[in-house]
Design a protein around this ligand. Structure first.
Ligand code: C2E
Ligand code: CA
Length: 289
């Protein structure tokens, strides 16, 4: 009850009742299950292709955590990340995904021509960035896998970046010293402005999926907003990526807006590595569709 009162802004009362008790029991049970899953290797990455819009080439992929639960099947981040984020379990998930995905993409890249190497995007939580151990974990993943720093991009949500701008700035400088790129995830959903971005060491903006949904209707202000983000972002030397492109129409609009790269079900959903044909067959997923 105290934590809930603090979380809701403080200076208020919360009553510990049966509902709160049930939620606490449920939370403990998921956290115990999660700790077991981390020990037994049930959490690992799936991969979604990222496509360069001007050529249709697959230039990279995003690694997304999946939990192969022994009784509940494959669980999505929405089923467990919130609970993981209450403890350092989220940092374990970040590093497990980063380590495994770095090894996987380094292996795919060894079979690809030098001119056509994939870049890997992984998600890092705010807790991880604030932990002071992010650069150490990134350096370890790169060294163990042989993936060059330039082929790794860390996605950090706009909300996380705005949490503690100064600490985050230092952490981002450290990882950029390893040659790694930094992306602002879900850009446009929080309070960060492009002015904030100009003060942070970031390389690309991933425009939130909510913008894509409104794009096809040109009367919607979303298209104008994306155009403005594109113009300013490019003027600041940032690369622009859109997420969750699902239809041909959305694809055509984002391409016409001058966005650099995109991902979404239009090209393919996240899959386990053995189903990621785009990684080994050098497919052009965009222009030919
Ligand atoms: P995100 O970083 O914004 O990742 C993109 C999400 O959009 C993924 O959801 C992906 O499956 C989904 N998506 C891709 N294309 C489409 C589309 O065309 N339509 C729709 N509706 N959705 C699409 P997923 O895999 O459920 O991941 C959700 C979030 O969980 C991610 O959002 C990311 O913030 C977080 N996450 C995933 N893996 C990790 C991890 O290893 N560490 C941390 N800290 N967060 C992670
Ligand atoms: Ca992401």
């Amino acid at each position: 009850a105290m934590y809930r009162a603090k979380h809701a802004g403080g200076g208020r009362c919360e009553i510990f009742d049966d509902r709160m008790r049930d939620q606490a029991v449920q939370r403990l049970s998921v956290q115990r299950d999660l700790a077991r899953a981390l020990e037994s290797g049930e959490i690992h990455p799936w991969y979604q292709p990222i496509v360069e819009l001007s050529t249709g080439r697959v230039t990279g992929c995003e690694a997304l955590a999946r939990w192969d639960h022994p009784t509940r099947g494959t669980l999505l981040p929405a089923d467990f990340l919130e609970h993981a984020d209450e403890t350092d379990a989220i940092i374990r998930i970040d590093t497990i995904v980063m380590d495994a995905a770095s090894r996987q993409v380094a292996e795919w890249n060894r079979a690809r021509p030098a001119s056509d190497q994939l870049c890997l995007s992984v998600n890092v939580s705010a807790r991880h960035v604030l932990s002071d151990r992010l650069a150490e974990h990134v350096a370890r993943a790169l060294e163990a896998s042989g993936l060059p720093g330039s082929a790794l991009c860390l996605d950090m949500s706009e909300h996380a970046i705005m949490d503690d701008v100064e600490i985050n700035r230092q952490a981002l400088v450290q990882v950029r010293d390893l040659g790694v790129q930094v992306a602002v995830d879900d850009f446009g959903t929080g309070s960060a402005s492009l002015a904030h971005m100009s003060r942070l060491p970031v390389d690309l903006l991933k425009i939130d999926r909510s913008f894509v949904r409104g794009l096809v209707d040109t009367r919607e202000p979303r298209a104008a907003l994306v155009r403005a983000i594109e113009t300013l972002g490019h003027a600041m030397g940032l690369r622009l990526v859109v997420e969750a492109v699902e239809t041909q129409q959305e694809y055509e609009v984002v391409r016409s807006l001058g966005i650099d790269e995109a991902q979404g079900f239009f090209w393919g959903p996240p899959t386990p590595p053995d189903e990621a044909v785009w990684a080994t067959e050098h497919l052009d997923l965009g222009v030919s569709r």
